[in-house]
Design a protein around this ligand. Structure first.
Ligand SMILES: [Mg+2]
Length: 451
């Protein structure tokens, strides 16, 4: 996995050293000598990871990290802080500034590459989501900075150790201890973070982590592994297996809470991106007001129907429906009343149609229904059911209690060999026109009118 890494350190020798080792692993390395330059290069060169020295003259690493994490253009780039001394206060201060991880100088190669690989995997997923997000015109920035707490399952070898670690996470965390691997796996499906004690020989925590990774429902779940301080290979194995972050024993409660917060915050952000992605896929085919399909979608389904007819002779029909005197409703009762009528109409439409019929909002108060595998008689019958359902029951306005009698007119046409979409819709439209001009509240088929 190749990537561009920004190495920030005020001492040139340190930068040279890191560069040599990273280049040997085919990483592309760019450099900055202080906090301000780091922020600038991060914006300009879009690195995949930033290795950030803490002690620097001028702007130090904490301040640079805060700036990077506050800027939309750089906040998604993982930051690994590099500390000269393994100080608890530094680690917590760094995590609170938004750092994703820590390394202690002199930087150990094995630890460095394991961290870098793990953060890169994560970044690939996030970049993919962000890329799709960028395709939409979103002015609402996804929040995710405000920490709201979250549910944490803490899996340990026995009740005592699981409870001890869970006890290190006070509110707003909601931490529950668990000492049964299968139970932990089951509960992980409904949690925001899984913490696993990987240090007990009586408990195969790595197996639990691997199973959580391969389960579709927990594949994206952050996992924080507790490892022994001197067990470097255990740490590397955990990260390579898909554990998202590790913390060394003896576990410092403040650091555990800070790391848990980082993991949950990142998950909240990723979940929000995924939700919005799903929503935007849905929006591409759905009319937001009525929940019916939109014009683009219904036309594409009609095209498929006509293709199927050309190929295998399946019959296809359409009904073009229009709410009678809709403008009058809007003018008299306001747009909210008009919207209510449109939504109510859509509901009745869904109730009366078969599952295979495809209904969409064609324009303002005009709706198009495509009847797959159905001749004109069948479509006429269905459209008539819709008309009757509208006429049967008035709409009641919530604001005034006023009841509105609303009717619809529709024109039905069956596709003929050689039809294109415009031909077919023109016939349905001409039948609709006939229905309107000869009294409204009725459904007419095109061929009847022609007869
Ligand atoms: Mg320094």
């Amino acid at each position: 996995m190749s990537a561009r890494i920004l190495v920030v350190d005020d001492i040139e020798t340190n930068r040279r050293l890191l560069e040599a080792r990273l280049s040997a692993e085919y990483f592309e390395v760019i450099e900055a000598a202080d906090g301000a330059e780091a922020v600038r290069r991060a914006r300009e060169d879009a690195p995949d990871i930033i290795l950030l020295d803490i002690m620097m003259p001028g702007m130090d690493g904490f301040e640079a990290c805060r700036l990077l994490k506050a800027d939309t253009a750089t906040k998604h780039i993982p930051v690994v802080m590099v500390t000269a001394l393994d100080q608890r206060e530094d680690r917590i201060k760094g995590l609170e500034a938004g750092a994703d991880d820590f390394l202690t100088k002199p930087v150990d190669d094995v630890a460095l590459f394991a961290r870098v690989r793990s953060l890169l995997r994560l970044k690939v997923v996030m970049d993919e989501l962000r890329l799709r997000e960028a395709g939409r015109d979103s002015d609402a920035e996804i929040a995710g900075d405000e920490f709201q707490g979250g549910h944490v399952v803490v899996a340990g070898a026995d009740e005592k150790s699981a409870r001890r670690f869970a006890g290190m996470l006070p509110a707003p965390f909601d931490a529950s201890p668990c000492w049964e691997p299968l139970e932990a796996l089951r509960r992980a499906r409904e949690t925001d973070l899984l913490i696993i004690d990987l240090t007990s020989p009586r408990f195969d925590g790595l197996r639990l982590a691997a199973r959580a990774r391969s389960d579709a429902e927990t594949r994206q779940l952050p996992i924080l592994g507790i490892v022994d301080n001197d067990d470097r290979s255990g740490m590397v194995r955990a990260l390579d297996l898909g554990v998202t972050d590790v913390i060394a024993r003896p576990v410092d409660p403040g650091e555990l809470a800070a790391r848990a917060r980082t993991q949950i915050r990142r998950k909240t952000y990723a979940d929000a991106l995924r939700d919005r992605l799903e929503e935007s896929l849905e929006m591409a085919v759905t009319d937001p007001l009525t929940g019916l399909h939109n014009r683009r979608y219904i036309i594409s389904r009609l095209r498929q129907g006509l293709d199927a007819m050309e190929r295998s002779g399946e019959r296809v029909s359409v009904a073009l429906m229009d709410i009678d005197h809709f403008k009058r409703i809007n003018d008299t009762w306001g747009h909210q009343a008009g919207d209510k009528v449109l939504r109510g109409f859509a509901e009745r439409l869904k109730r009366e149609l078969r599952a295979v019929d495809v209904a969409g909002r064609y324009g303002g108060e005009e709706f198009l229904v495509v009847f797959m595998n159905a001749g004109g008689d069948c479509a006429l019958e269905a459209a008539e059911r819709c008309r009757a359902a509208m006429a049967r029951e008035p709409f009641v306005l919530a604001s005034s209690g006023e009841s509105l009698a609303v009717t619809l007119s529709a024109g039905v046409a069956e596709a003929r060999i050689g039809d294109d979409i415009e031909d077919l819709l023109a016939r349905a439209d001409s039948a609709l026109y006939e229905a309107k001009s000869s009294g409204r509240n009725q459904v007419l088929a095109w061929r009847r009118k022609a007869a």
